[in-house]
Structures are given as C-alpha cells and as structure tokens.
Design a protein around this ligand. Structure first.
Ligand code: DC
Length: 674
C-alpha cells in the first residue's frame, strides 16, 4: 500500500495481463455462515482475508465447525443445522456487522448459550429491529448494555414452530436485518413455509439480491414477492454446493474494465480474475455501460477479459441509478470519449464518502474537461485537443473511489503524469489498488522517473535515497550493494579480484541468483547476505571488483530492470553518468572526509562492530581515490548534476532539498508539505 502524501503516476501507455481482485466482503461472510449451517464440507475459494472475515471464522470454530486452511482455499465442515448439545460460547465479533447480525439470528434459532461481544463501536450499531423480529417467534435475546444494541446474551428457547404469522422486519435501517433472517430462518422451515414481511421501504436491494443468490447456491429457494414479502418453502435444508468461489468485488473491477477499454490494444486485453459477467453483485452491470462506450468484453464464470474496441470511446447518456459506485469510473472514461457524456440519476453521489458530484466535477475540470454539474447529474466533455489536457494534482476527499478512478487519467494523449493525493485512502476496499494497476500497465522506460543520488563512500546516499523513495512511494536501487554482492561472490568462489580474472567474475555475476525482498533484505541463493556485504572488507572487495569493466557491463541490465512504475531512486557512483543518463534529477552528494569517517564510525559502532576512526578515514580516502581514478565509469558528477554538501546538514534538511528540487521539475501546482 502507498502510504505517501501523494503518488505521482507517470503517463501510462498500454495495459495487458492479469489482475486478481480482492474478494467481496459481503459475499465472504454470507458464504461462511451458510457453509457453517450446511451438512458436509464446503471448499471456499478466494475468501477475502480481512478483520471481518477473521472474526467470523473464529466464531464458527467456536460453535463446532471444522476449518482447514489451504493456500487459496478454506474447507469448512458445517454443523448440519444443529449445534452439538450444550454448546455455549462467548463470541467476539469485532466491528463486523456482517458477522454480528446473521450470527445472532442463526444462534438464537439453534438453541445454545451465547454472549455476543464486539469492539465499542459495535455497541453503537443498531440491532434492535432484528432482535424484535426474532423475539416474535420466541427467541430469547437479552441486551447486556443499551437496549437495541450489542452486546447480547442468547439463551435456548422453545422457538415456536407453529408460528404461522409472517415475521416482520424493518427494511429502512439496514438491509442486514432482512439478510440475517433470510439466512437463518431456513433452520425453522422443515415443516412449514416461513413468511417474512418488510416494514417500510427496503433499502439496498442489490445486497438482498446477493443474499438470495447465495441461499439458492446452498439449496434454499426463497420466493421474492416484490421485495416486500419473502417466503422460505417448507422442507428447506442447507446443502453444501461442494465448491464455491467468492467473487471479487465488482465495483473494484470497474477500474480494470475501464483500463482494458482505454489501453488494452492487443488481442489479449486485461484479464480480471475473480468476477464474471454472471456476478450476483449489482455493480457488474457496469460492464454494459463500458460496452456502450466501446469496451470489448469476454467473460466466463469467474473472469472478465476486456480490450479496447471503439476508439476514441463513445460518449453515452445513461441513467446510472443501478450502478452508483461504479458509475464514477464512467466519468473518467468520458475523458477519452468523442462528445459529451451525461450521467443521470446520481443524486446519491452527494451523500457518499464525500459529495461525489462536486468532487468529480472539480477534479475533472483540473484535467481540462468541461463539466456541467446538476443536482443529480454530471455532464463531461473531454479536453477539445490533446494540448488542452492539464497535469493535475487530484484531491481525493478521503474517498477511495475518487483516488482509484482518477488513476486512469494517466493515459492522457499529452503524456502528462497524474498526481493522486492521499493515495492510502484506497485501503477502504482495495489496499493494493495501485500495485495491482502498475502490474498490468506498461509505459516506455523513459517516462518512468529516476532520481539519481551519486557520491563518494559514506556521503549518506543510501539513507537519503531510502527516505526520498519512501516519501514518493518509489522503488530503490542500491547499486553499491550489487558490487558488494559481486565482491562477496568472487571471494567465496575463491576467485582473485584482479583484471586477470575479470571475465570469470563477470560470468559469475551474470548468473548470480540475487533477490531483493519487499523489506529490503538482499538474498543470494536464498541466503540473507544483507549484513555480510556491509563490512569494510566487503566494501574494499566491492571497490576492486567495480573497477573491472566487464563486471560493470554484466550489472547494467540488472540495474536498468529496477526502473519500474511508479518511479525509482537510484544511489551509487555512476547512476547519473552511465546507467540513467536521462534522469530528470541527479544529485551529487558530498561531505568532508572527516565527516564521512565519523558517520561510518558511528554506524559501525551502533551495529556492534569495533572500528578505528583514523583507519576508517584512510580506507575511505583510498576507496574514493580508486573509484575516481578508474578508467570505467569513474566517480564524478554528471554535467547536469546538482551538488549538495551534507557535512553540516541533517538528514531531514538534505531530504527536503532533494524533494524541493524534484517538485520544481514536476508540472503540478501543489506544493509539498514540510
Ligand atoms: O556505495 P557503496 O559503498 O555500497 O559501494 C561499494 C563500492 O561499489 C564502491 O566502492 C564503489 C562501487 N560502486 C560503483 O562503482 N558504482 C556504483 N554505482 C555503486 C558502487
């Protein structure tokens, strides 16, 4: 996840490949409960791993389900509609409404003794309407805190099986109350039909639709009489479907469907795994809207494949009431359409995470679009000519969907980057959204920015590079580490580091199984050598090995491979001169020999390695002399490098200076904080 103040997405060119989206939370917890009530074993594929599913799983184990966890599957053996005699448990359900409510309904019908607990926020979330519904048929549920709210105590009751009167439940507070009854009441439908009547307008019908679909997959048919009255047929019994796939979140799929329509020019397209056109989620109908704009969509039971069809896209005029969340993605697709796109009947946008109509209008205008905003509609006309596109810093209003949909503006014909402010707001539904996006986007290497930080030994390059990379969300190339690894490998192989063995060492280097982990560990053949290469001896070997032209050549491709989306900070000796000569920012970091010897001394001592400051200074001066005088890629500033003497500066001051230079080179108006 990008936890930066902003994320600059370079201009993107094409898209292709496969992306797997996180599972839908609503589906995950429903499937778990239904599998738990069923007879037999259900293999659940692609379950969402989140706080809410974890508390559900723990609770199900407590009531007697058997769980077996696999790599991407979970096998759950249910209780076949009855609890083992005398079951009693305290269940902690965190802040998961999708666990608390349906479990309350199921357990109060099953006849054990349960205390239903959660986090403090859970005790502010209403459950009274559901409890009232369950009490109508004799369930015994007591409030342990405030009436109408968890925590709850459930005790066995003689649930009347003769109750013929419909069970009434309010539909206008949370559709989860109705969902809970629908999922639990088949437990009482052995002998007779069960009727449920909705009181008041039923909100969130697409979620009830999901419930009904999943019930059907577990063998329970429910008759839906105009969303007002539901009937569970006598004789209903939960039957495991054997295997069940949790669909990926259909709203999250909209960004990748749009991506395919905008940028997947090849035959293959963007393949979205985890959700298909037959999805039970309401937002899947975004596919039809995308097709109307030009997307070519193929689909199977659990996948979608999207390619660019008509180009430019076709403007549309659409009532979006049925896909309110996914329709935001259409507003950004409209930037690539011929003509004006009108999205109607979207008044609900005004009361979501933010006023989405105003937010979308404001940010689309920043990109150069002409936007008309109404009480319940949005009309978007794209920039008239490529030259009318603007580089924009997109404000995201703590709204995950604003952040995700505007990333698609990076395909603009003017090849401008797009800045997404507060990118971590995507965590609400899709923490790794940007990583997933970058994994299926391509752009020419020269568009991926590189910041080079070169300089002599112990000038602080590594520290500065790491911090600058962290603030920008960029990757890091510690090129010195590669020479250190090369030195270590030669040493271990017993090859003398001298020109006579240059070819041999270069061949060894080309075949080195090096891996950099996400946590900055360096692995050589799966051995963590991060510490071993940091010794002074390894530094000397590195300096010697780096003077061999064939070895340097052998490391070029590996270094270029680090230039990946969204950007790179590379530190070393020749980043700006040889490896990335076109980098838009090159910093040459220096510090006095005295100061560097002192820094290295402190570093070694704090790592528990004894050191002598005079010897260190002599060593680093010798190393500098060799690095500067060698014939290939000698240490020297690139002609266009900016020099920075860090002798008297703090790390923060140096980082601020580098970021300031970087910001000066960006087309965005927004100024960095701090
Ligand atoms: O930055 P460092 O101390 O980890 O680098 C170790 C040695 O590798 C250094 O003495 C010179 C060499 N090196 C190089 O020649 N070119 C680079 N880009 C990085 C390091």
């Amino acid at each position: 996840m990008f936890q930066t103040e902003f994320l600059d997405i370079p201009a993107l060119a094409t898209a292709g490949g496969e992306v797997r989206l996180p599972g839908s939370k609503s589906i995950s917890n429903r499937v778990l409960l239904l599998a738990a009530l069923s007879e037999g074993t259900t293999t659940v594929h692609d379950l969402l791993d989140s706080d809410d599913t974890r508390v559900m799983l723990t609770a199900l184990e407590q009531i007697g389900c058997v769980l077996e966890r696999g790599a991407s599957t979970l096998r759950i053996t249910g209780i076949a509609g009855a609890l083992p005699a005398g079951t009693a448990a305290e269940l902690f359900l965190g802040n998961a409404g999708t666990a608390m409510r349906p479990l309350t309904a199921a357990l109060s019908l099953l006849g054990g003794e349960f205390t239903m607990l959660g986090v403090p926020r859970m005790y502010e979330r209403p459950i009274g309407d559901l409890v009232d519904g369950l009490r109508q048929i004799g369930c015994r549920i007591d409030y342990l805190g405030n009436a109408g709210f968890p925590p709850l105590r459930i005790t066995p009751a003689d649930v009347s099986s003769e109750a013929q009167a419909p069970i009434q439940v309010r539909g206008d507070v949370s559709s989860q109350f109705l969902t809970s009854l629908l999922m639990a009441l088949p437990l009482r439908a052995a002998q007779q039909d069960i009727h449920i009547e909705v009181v008041g307008e039923l909100i969130s019908k697409p979620y009830i639709h999901i419930t009904l679909e999943l019930l059907a997959r577990f063998g329970i048919a429910v008759h839906n009489d105009n969303w007002q009255r539901f009937t569970i047929a006598a004789g209903s019994r939960y039957r495991s479907p054997g295997d069940i796939h949790v669909e990926a979140d259909a709203s999250s799929a909209s960004y990748f469907i749009a991506l395919g329509a905008i940028a997947a020019e090849g035959a293959a397209g963007v393949r979205i795994q985890g959700v298909g056109a037959q999805s039970i989620q309401g937002d899947i109908r975004f596919v039809e809207a995308a097709q109307a704009m030009g997307a070519q969509v193929d689909s199977g039971p659990n996948w979608l494949q999207v390619r660019r069809g008509r180009w430019p896209l076709q403007a549309i005029d659409l009532d979006c009431n049925h896909i309110p969340d996914a329709a935001m993605t259409l507003a950004v697709m409209a930037l690539y359409a011929e003509g004006t796109t009108t999205l109607r009947n979207i008044a609900s946008w005004r009361v979501k995470e933010t006023d989405r109509i105003t937010a979308m209008a404001c940010e689309l205008r920043k990109l150069g679009a002409t936007v008309e905003e109404g009480a319940d509609y949005l009309r978007v006309t794209p920039p008239a000519r490529p030259a009318d596109w603007r580089a924009a810093s997109i404000h995201t209003y703590d709204d995950h969907r604003v952040a995700m949909c505007f990333s698609l503006a990076a395909f603009n014909p003017q090849q401008l980057p797009v800045r997404i402010e507060d990118p971590q707001c995507v965590a609400k539904t899709f923490p790794d959204y940007f990583e997933a996006l970058f994994s299926v986007c391509e752009t020419p290497r020269e568009r991926i920015p590189v910041i080079c930080i070169d300089g002599p030994t112990a000038s602080g390059k590594g520290t500065i590079a790491a911090e600058v990379a962290r603030r920008l969300g960029y990757g890091i190339l510690d090129s010195g580490a590669l020479y250190r690894i090369a030195g270590l490998a030669a040493h271990r192989a017993g090859i003398a580091i001298d020109p006579a063995h240059e070819g041999e060492i270069a061949a060894l280097v080309r075949a080195l199984p090096i891996r950099f982990t996400a946590t900055q560990q360096i692995l050589l053949d799966d051995e963590d050598i991060s510490q071993a290469i940091r010794s002074e001896e390894a530094g000397m070997d590195a300096s010697r090995v780096s003077a061999l032209p064939a070895v340097r050549e052998a490391l070029v491709a590996l270094q270029l491979g680090f230039q990946r989306l969204p950007g790179l900070v590379a530190d070393g000796r020749d980043m700006g001169t040889v490896i990335f000569p076109d980098a838009p920012l090159k910093v040459y970091l220096i510090a006095s020999a005295e100061c560097r010897a002192e820094r290295r001394y402190k570093q070694l001592i704090s790592n528990g390695i004894s050191a002598n400051i005079t010897a260190l200074r002599a060593d680093l001066e010798a190393r500098d002399a060799r690095d500067m005088s060698r014939s290939v890629a000698p240490l020297k500033p690139a002609p266009d490098a900016l020099s920075l003497d860090s002798s008297t500066l703090s790390i923060e001051q140096v980082v601020t200076q580098v970021l300031h230079w970087w910001q000066e080179r960006q087309p965005f108006k927004s100024v960095l904080k701090g």
